[in-house]
Design a protein around this ligand. Sequence first.
Ligand SMILES: [Zn+2]
Length: 154
Amino acid sequence: MCVVSVRRAAILVLSAKAVCVADGEGILHSARHDLPVPSVVRLTRYVRVPYRSHVGLSRRAIFARDGWRCAYCRGPAETIDHVFPRSRGGRHAWENVVAACARCNHAKGDKTPAELGWRLHALPAAPKGMAWRVLGHRAPDPRWADWLDLPEAA
Ligand SMILES: [Zn+2]
């Protein structure tokens, strides 16, 4: 559903608003309670969450969407490229950003793929699905894997 801090998760469990379904590492101590660090909690009451319809455009999320591969040569990606160059009015949006290796990014400069005769491996688009609510937030805890449809390299 979403990612919250350990502190927030612990408060939800202690106030019986949530139950822990997967423990993390360590124990939280307070004056009256010892509580295993929660890794995944389930709310005890159904809550309708007004989800943001747009996934945040972060560096991590772009790399995750593109599988950490260059959109042009499929090599390991280490930079973000604007398909239609920003210098020529290209937007910073899911549809115009791709992961790219430094070599392709440098060679591309302020040209479009069409001008270079390059082809994109896939047409960039905003990602959809459960896992994207946590990607871009932080590195996902491996314990969350059972609850999320995470892409391979994430
Ligand atoms: Zn490349």
